[in-house]
Design a protein. Structure first.
Length: 393
């Protein structure tokens, strides 16, 4: 029996790799998991009430594209948050979280060839691993572009050779970035969009951390595209309630952009997508319409930023994140540091190399660990103190 070769070079996913690294070793203290980006703030208390009220709708097939009420709530949120009005009927597709959309949008929109050649898909390095799998699934060449301290932890796509950019079909960008917490400002977005227009590629803007930030709300790709008069088909944005509303188990997100692009995404999704059950769509509708719970969660994350700054501010190379809920901490070797920390204190973190790829022998994540600031504040404080004393003391 034969199997496809296009995925044969994929490394194991980060968390099975982490289990192999750590699980044969006893923790050196009460275990504290600071690895996975699973929000632990309380989700809104009305969630279960909405599900109960609409429980009978579990007996119906849900609309694949989303209810008109949910699409309207998303459209209204985009207008409030970014000042961008999109047509809910033609420019939004609901998703089972952003992972599904970031993968399937490439299936729907990446051409088989670009200018007679194999298309390329750009991804920051390090990155959210679905970007690379999407590129391989459509037969494109994944191009891993360093997002390091030298580039402000955002990829410098404009520095790539013109002949490569002419083959690019899609460029992924996450802002605020996972794992580094860097935020793309208006100038960065404008430059990237103009680059995409010059070389005729699409931008997939992964904005799932957009409502977790230190100071000002991060600008959005649709917002900047509208400001500079770009082709509406040039940019697609992906959002989720997982981080914004502390509802990772709801599996509710959306993609928005040009009507033609969304038409292709919706057509593919009508065959291969998994629609969100109606009671959960009702929860999502209310969540996008409510900002009180988002403000409360943001206040908690801002306190966590302050805790991290207080405990780690004197660590050489520490860089306060601008957004998101990860710390990207410099170490000599990420795997060795994660193992040392687990065996010495019971604090569990993720080696940065598991989130990146080696290019020409250089893995830009190898000298880092990623730490998720999702635990309750006092637990997080104690975990960071244990981490600091073990790795930097």
């Amino acid at each position: 029996m034969t199997f496809p070769e296009r995925f044969s070079n994929l490394p194991d996913y980060a968390f099975p790799r982490l289990r192999r690294l750590l699980d044969d070793h006893a923790p050196g203290g009460a275990p504290l998991h600071m690895t996975i980006g699973e929000p632990q703030h309380a989700f809104p208390d009305w969630v279960t009430e909405v599900i109960a009220t609409h429980a009978a709708e579990f007996g119906k097939y849900p609309p694949n594209e989303g209810t008109p009420e949910l699409l309207g709530a998303i459209s209204d949120w985009l207008a409030r948050r970014y000042g961008v009005r999109v047509d809910p009927a033609t420019q939004i597709s609901t998703l089972n979280g952003t992972r599904e959309g970031l993968f399937n949008a490439a299936l729907a929109l990446c051409p088989e060839q670009k200018r007679g050649q194999r298309p390329a898909i750009l991804t920051p390095n390090p990155f959210y691993q679905v970007y690379a799998v999407a590129a391989l699934a459509v037969g494109a060449e994944p191009v891993y572009v360093p997002a390091t301290a030298a580039t402000g932890f955002l990829p410098d796509y404009a520095a790539l050779p013109g002949e490569l950019l002419d083959r690019v079909a899609i460029a992924y960008l996450c802002s605020p970035a996972n794992p580094q917490g860097a935020v793309a400002d208006r100038d960065y977005w404008a430059d990237l969009i103009r680059l995409a227009e010059k070389h005729d590629f699409r931008i997939f803007a992964d904005e799932c951390y957009s409502e977790i930030y230190r100071d000002s709300p991060p600008p959005g790709a649709l917002e900047v595209a509208r400001e500079i008069g770009a082709d509406p088909e040039r940019v697609l944005v992906f959002h989720s309630l997982s981080k914004r509303s502390n509802l990772p188990g709801l599996r509710s997100g959306f993609c928005a952009g040009g009507a033609e692009s969304l038409g292709h995404i919706k057509r593919l999704r009508s065959y291969a997508g998994a629609p969100l059950p109606l009671p959960l769509q009702r929860v999502a509708e209310r969540a996008w319409a409510d900002e009180a719970h988002v403000a409360d969660s943001l206040a908690q994350y801002r306190r966590k930023y302050a805790i991290a700054d207080e405990i780690l501010g004197t660590v050489p190379g520490y860089r306060p994140p601008q957004g998101g809920f990860f710390l990207w901490l410099p170490v000599a070797d990420g795997e060795a540091a994660a193992l040392t920390l687990w065996r010495g204190t019971g604090v569990r973190v993720l080696p940065g190399a598991y989130l990146s790829r080696a290019v020409n022998g250089d893995n830009p994540g190898a000298g880092y660990v990623r730490v998720a600031m999702v635990a309750p504040e006092q637990e997080m404080r104690h975990g960071l103190m244990r981490l600091r004393d073990c790795l930097y003391g």
